[in-house]
Design a protein around this ligand. Structure first.
Ligand code: TK8
Length: 368
């Protein structure tokens, strides 16, 4: 092949590469003078809602925070984000402007974490399950039946052990600021009542993108498949999966009762949310503003947890009113589930870090 032709071929390949790289950058963000960017949003399940940006306030601000979550604008997770915005803008007198996005408008938990690492987004609040793909130790928080109740969870997460895990995020170019609450996860499906571990047999269940969740559901006889939350409603609607598991507030506020018939209070995992910031952005803030975002993430977190607990108590009733069949899980049945999963936990404990697992269990015992 003569030299000229070779140069041409290489040139074309380079062009193709540049185009491909541009597409992966979470919507191809163009930064303007104070860091705010023109964000492209996904176009379904509540994501089409208009994002309100106060152009003047954004224009006057020294710093802009793009904060995105996966759940919709009705969910306590978004109410918490709005509270964070209110506190930060007040405390900094508008020097920091917060844009808030919901319903996966900026992507799913995993892609938003990657956007934080890249610096094309500043804040997101994912569940701990997808974080385990970045830091394996976070799988511990998704051990089924780990936390007996949310009060004990608060004490452990807001204590030394919780801080130890938040500090691990630094190595991933992420800054962990607080734990918010997703809640106790409960199973729904469109096939049959689930009252005991046998009833999981053959059900195709969507799980979060987390190996431990997959192995735990396999151990109970189900046929699990990992999927981003942004794809879940459509997958349920089209019958790609029979069921899923989330707290009652999410099942109700995301309208899953429209595409699911059965709900059981399996309460098999307590899911914390982690409020995190892009570390390069956090480090670029003056110290007093770092203190403002630290405190606002904690205060908004307390507010969010309270709202979330009220919501979860209320929304089971709403689900039954919407026509779902509710099955109460007995302590015996829950014990059977725990036994079925036990071998998986032993394997993961060794694989992750037995000492760290023991430290978490000790902290739970001390908090009880
Ligand atoms: C929303 C998710 C959701 C989680 C899931 O982004 O994926 O099922 O429970 O809350 O974080």
């Amino acid at each position: 092949m003569n030299k000229k032709l070779l140069v041409m071929v290489v040139g074309m390949l380079m062009m193709l590469l540049v185009v491909a790289c541009g597409d992966n950058n979470n919507g191809g963000n163009e930064l303007n003078n104070n860091g705010a960017n023109d964000v492209e949003t996904n176009e379904d399940n509540g994501a089409e809602e208009e994002v309100e940006i106060d152009e003047e306030a954004a224009g006057d601000a020294e710093f802009t925070i793009r904060a995105g979550i996966g759940l919709n604008s009705e969910h306590p997770q978004y109410k918490g984000l709005e509270k964070f915005k209110e506190l930060v803008e007040e405390e900094t007198d508008g020097a920091i402007y917060v844009e808030t996005y919901h319903s996966g408008q900026l992507g799913d938990d995993r892609s938003m974490m990657e956007a934080l690492q890249l610096g094309s987004q500043e804040v997101t609040v994912p569940s701990t399950a997808p974080i385990a793909n970045f830091i394996n130790e976070f799988s511990i928080f998704d051990f089924p039946f780990l936390f007996p109740n949310s009060e004990v969870a608060d004490e452990v997460l807001d204590g030394e052990v919780g801080q130890k895990f938040l500090d691990m995020l630094d190595d991933q170019n992420l800054k962990g600021l607080a734990y918010w609450e997703n809640g106790f996860r409960d199973l729904t499906n469109s096939e049959q009542e689930v009252a005991s571990v046998e009833d999981f047999e053959g059900l195709t269940i969507r799980t979060m993108e987390n190996d431990l969740h997959l192995d735990a559901f396999r151990a109970m006889g189900a046929n699990p498949t990992p999927m981003a939350f942004t794809e879940l409603f459509t997958a349920l609607q089209q019958g790609t999966v029979d069921g899923q598991e989330n707290p009652f507030a999410t099942i109700y506020l995301e309208g899953f009762y429209e595409v699911q018939d059965y709900v059981s209070d399996t309460h098999h995992i307590y899911s914390p949310f982690v409020f995190m910031m892009s570390k390069p952005f956090y480090d670029s803030l003056p110290e007093d503003y770092q203190t403002v975002v630290d405190e606002a993430a904690l205060e908004a977190g307390e507010y969010q947890r309270e709202l979330n607990r009220e919501a979860n108590d209320q929304y089971l009733e709403n689900l039954i009113e919407e026509g779902m069949t509710f099955t109460e899980i007995t302590d015996e049945a829950r014990e059977e589930m725990r036994e079925a999963i036990e071998p998986v936990l032993e394997e993961y404990a060794q694989q992750i870090d037995q000492d760290l697992v023991d430290e978490v269990y000790q902290a739970i015992e001390d908090a009880e």
